[in-house]
Design a protein around this ligand. Structure first.
Ligand SMILES: [Ca+2]
Ligand SMILES: [Ca+2]
Length: 163
């Protein structure tokens, strides 16, 4: 049987066994400030590689303020989450591929009241109050936005999105 060079290369390509890459999961908005206290947080994960889809998603709230919050559908790729308290919410999404391989990723939501001085306006004066608390040990969610226990640069960076 005559085999052309093209035929050969085609045959070789067919013999290559593709090793599927490890299942990968990425979360959009890994760390997001929710500036509107009446706002809803849009979670979104994307899975790829592994054995391929359909991918199954399951979101859980790992930790957060005692008031908690609610998912509209924790078993979807992009559920909406309504937080009821102020503070840091930590989420995990677990994804399984067609063969049941599992991978997870995490996300954080920061929800806080930006009207620190209580005058009804959210403006630079409020951010100045947060800055004035620099280095202070405080448990106030309004100032210690990331829940680290002190007011540091990350608190200012996260909250800046709200001004
Ligand atoms: Ca204010
Ligand atoms: Ca902090």
């Amino acid at each position: 049987m005559a085999t052309t060079a093209d035929g050969c290369s085609a045959a070789v390509r067919h013999q290559v066994t593709r090793t599927p890459g490890q299942l990968a999961v990425a979360v959009e908005n890994e760390a997001l400030a929710l500036c509107d206290l009446n706002g809803v947080f849009q979670l979104r994960a994307r899975a790829g590689r592994g054995a391929g889809g359909p991918y199954n998603y399951h979101w859980t709230l790992i930790s957060g303020p005692a008031e908690g919050g609610t998912f509209d559908n924790p078993d979807s790729e992009a559920p909406r989450f309504t937080p009821l308290g102020n503070g840091v919410y930590r989420f995990q999404v677990s994804v399984t591929d067609r063969n049941g391989a599992e991978q997870s990723a995490s996300a954080k939501l920061f929800r806080f009241d930006n009207d620190l001085n209580g005058d009804g306006c959210v403006d630079d004066a409020d951010q100045a109050m947060r800055f004035a608390a620099w280095g202070a040990r405080t448990l106030a969610a309004e100032q210690d936005v990331d829940g680290s226990g002190t007011v540091r640069v990350l608190d200012l960076l996260i909250s800046r999105a709200c001004y």
